[in-house]
Design a protein around this ligand. Structure first.
Ligand code: GLU
Length: 447
């Protein structure tokens, strides 16, 4: 074990979006790369705005991403300790109870202010380099609204020190808070941690990613059927890369190659299209049984699993999320699982004559070659076997290959749009294909 300790310190005042979790991912990867620990601190001291359901959502999201924490606690559990150190600062005259003139209704008549020594504070940020600020302008800033209500700056400093946090990895929006926090650390005799302020994440409109402007809660992506390994991979690459061409890294590879000094200074853009293409990559890598499990038990019990299994290449080719895969199973690919109901005018859409004879003959001509196919034959072989019939059929003279291939595909699928007929037969199997074609022939006979 190294002594590296990082933390993720979200406030449970809303549903956090994927960009917020990038901070957790970087803090986790850095800790694990260094053989150290990763802590979750729920910063729930804002009683009015903190809600248990938001805390539950944070814990759920971290569990989904499998960012295991070594310690997990709520800031509110440390109130006694915060009070003790506030008293210590007051006793040392580094802070004092200040009488205030309330400006607005509800303002306090008394707060606790930090005695600002003024002057220059500098620190070296791993990502931004040396940062220097004149703290004189901050005046004697407030560190608690009362002895039992420390403000954010104070509680953060105390908790980071008590947990021996070695590296504070957080959003760039906290840079301006850091000098204040360093002053409090000095007054309490704490060693300052190393700081790494991560660049902002912008939405595709290049403004700060925010829930208010429609950024999804990360758990919404889970519910859409994004894989955690895809989200982890995508978030790790938001403002960082391993310095080579690789785009797809699993958890172990990310831990192995993560390096804070390679984090970019500039803002990163959260691009949902890219996220979904990373997800498609990880979906394609899943073994069949896992893929079927993700498509959902609800479907697998109601439909033919063998056919679902045979549809996996189609689903892997087209779907970017498991939601999309499920929609395909119940939508454009439903004909693979439920026998279609045919519409006569669509069946005859490519009939070159006034009567259905050519279409009927074209379908009849396919029965025996399909019968000759073995059960698990590939769509390429099926194409090789059937194409010559489409080419030779009487229908071709007037209607081209389509005069055979259209009614074939339509009688198998009952849909204007579907995968090609060879793929359909490869999934349905020759027997089911023949049943469907015969049904279409029967309809034509009765016309
Ligand atoms: N609770 C703060 C936030 O949600 C983070 C504080 C910190 O990382 O120091 O922005």
């Amino acid at each position: 074990m190294s002594n590296v300790v990082t933390r993720f310190a979200p406030s449970p005042t809303g549903l956090l979006h994927a960009g917020n979790y990038r901070t957790a991912v970087f803090a986790y990867l850095f800790a694990k790369h260094s053989g150290g620990s990763f802590i979750l601190r729920i910063e729930d001291t804002d009683i009015a705005r903190s809600k248990p359901e938001f805390e539950a959502n944070i814990i759920e999201a971290l569990a989904w991403l499998d960012l295991k924490t070594d310690t997990q606690y709520r800031q509110s559990e440390r109130r006694t300790r915060h009070r003790e150190l506030l008293m210590k600062l007051i006793a040392a005259d580094a802070a004092y109870v200040s009488k205030e003139t309330p400006k607005n209704k509800g303002d306090r008549e008394e707060v606790i202010r930090f005695r600002n020594p003024k002057g220059i504070v500098s620190f070296t940020d791993v990502i931004h380099g040396k940062i220097t600020m004149d703290v004189s302008d901050l005046g004697d800033f407030v560190i608690a609204r009362s002895i039992d209500e420390p403000v954010f700056h104070f509680a953060v400093v105390v908790d980071d020190a008590d947990e021996n946090i070695t590296h504070v990895i957080r959003g760039e929006d906290h840079i301006s808070n850091t000098p204040r926090q360093i002053l409090i650390q000095r007054a309490l005799g704490f060693i300052s941690p190393v700081y790494a302020h991560l660049p902002l994440i912008l939405g595709s409109d290049r403004t700060k990613l925010s829930k208010r402007k429609g950024a999804k809660a990360i758990t919404e992506y889970r519910d859409l059927g994004v894989l955690p390994e895809a989200m982890l991979n995508y978030l790790a690459f938001l403002g960082w890369n391993p310095g080579d061409e690789s785009e797809y890294l699993d958890r172990d590879a990310l831990i192995d190659s993560f390096d804070l000094t390679r984090v970019h200074k500039g803002a990163a853009i959260f691009d949902e299209v890219k996220l979904l293409s990373v997800n498609q990559h990880w979906m394609r890598k899943l073994p069949d049984t896992d893929f079927i499990m993700h498509v959902n038990a609800q479907y697998t019990s109601a439909i033919d699993v063998a056919r679902l299994k045979k549809s996996i290449p189609l689903l892997k080719e087209r779907a970017h999320t498991f939601n999309e895969a499920r929609e395909m199973v119940s939508g454009e690919l439903s004909c693979l699982f439920i026998e279609p109901v045919l519409d006569m005018s669509l069946l005859l859409a490519k009939e070159p004559n006034d009567h259905p004879g050519t279409t009927k003959a074209a379908l009849e001509g396919l029965i025996s070659p399909i019968k000759s196919l073995s059960e698990n034959v590939s769509s390429e072989t099926i194409k090789d076997v059937l194409m010559p019939f489409a080419d030779a059929a009487e229908a071709k003279k007037k209607g081209g290959r389509g005069a055979t291939l259209w009614p074939l595909r339509y009688s198998l699928s009952g849909k204007e749009r579907s995968p090609d007929p060879f793929t359909l037969i490869s999934i349905l199997g020759p027997e089911e294909a023949i049943t469907r074609i015969k049904k279409a022939i029967g309809m034509l006979e009765n016309k």
